[in-house]
Design a protein around this ligand. Sequence first.
Ligand code: SR1
Ligand code: MG
Length: 419
Amino acid sequence: MRAFEALTVESLPNRLGSQAAITGRIGSDPAKWSVREVGDGNLNLVFIVEGPAGTVIVKQALPYVRLVGESWPLPLKRSFFEYNALVRQAERDPGMTPELLHFDEAQAIIVMEFLTPHVILRRALIEGRQLPKIGQNLGNFIARTLFRGSDLHMETRKRKADLALFADNVELCDITENLVFSDPYFDAPMNRHTPGLDGVVAELRADRDLKVEAQRLKHLFAAKAETLLHGDLHTGSVMVTAEDTRVIDPEFAVYGPMAFDVGMLIANFWMSYFSQSGHEQDGPRDDMRRYLLATADEIWSVFRAEFSRLWREERRGILYQASLFEDQGDTLGSEQALQGMIADIWTDMLGFAGIETHRRILGLAHNADFETIADEALRAACETKALKFGRHIAVNRSRIHSMADIMDLAERMEKEIVR
Ligand code: SR1
Ligand code: MG
């Protein structure tokens, strides 16, 4: 087996030129391929490879964190977890992931469909574009992948095998455990924040209730192996057109609490909401703000409806067996259990969303939503609102009972001038 070697624009045609899955798609003469490296994420190489007959994406993991450099080694096996998660997500919600064409474990290479004219959802939201289908598509995606990867649906032997398989994704889990749940709340070496935030950062780090809540959520993430998570489901992990939505990049996949994916996803819409006033050069973004809150609401309500449908139609795992409820004519019992589970996901989702907001403003890996606001004072004002909103929903999560309350809160905080 050839030892791992990072691809380059120059070496790629030669290295992959005899791969039937690629030549069949783009043309068999690699001399006619044109290759561009377009990776702008934190970890990997991503190439667009265009041939006379078509185009593919070649993604390759590097043995270190690209954002930081070789001083932070990261195992290549994350590519194996990404590939395996994509396979499962494609089964659980067909049409929502890119088509997989080829996987080379030793070289940590995944070749997949080139999505065009798709763009990264985060970019579209920064530009003020409203995508009509994402609420529906993403709500269904989280319901289907989270339900169908759990003991509510899977044969328990298969679920336990998957639990063991993905448990080895230790290093990526470790990134989440540190970067999301701990680093924002102390002066961790890789943290950075906009200069105008010093005051609010000191306040948050001295906030005992918040620190305790963040650690309770970390405990939940580490201990509640409920379903196969995407693990990094933010708006940078979604590609869109007006008609189509695809979820990419599940290399952080691991068994964890359902509410983690839900909270991370929705938090990124709320962050986009608070960033909009930094993007008003071409006019007010009031309509965009309304759209973002409405989309977060839609994701949640579609999630709840689809999760409930799956509960009623596909609950065949070891949990809440029909033999205890429906088979005894006790449909009400099963509905009570369902409502209890949705209520728990709601409460925990708010916690994870609040913490995600903090880490994207105070930690290592920031969001382009805020980062692209050139005016530092304006950026700090947007970020302050998001930080305070995140703190409120994380600490008060068990006392917030509806999306309407969250929308009121966001609108109130957006109107407050924070300096
Ligand atoms: C060092 S990796 C930092 C972040 O980038 C990824 O996209 C994940 O969100 C991770 O937390
Ligand atoms: Mg990613």
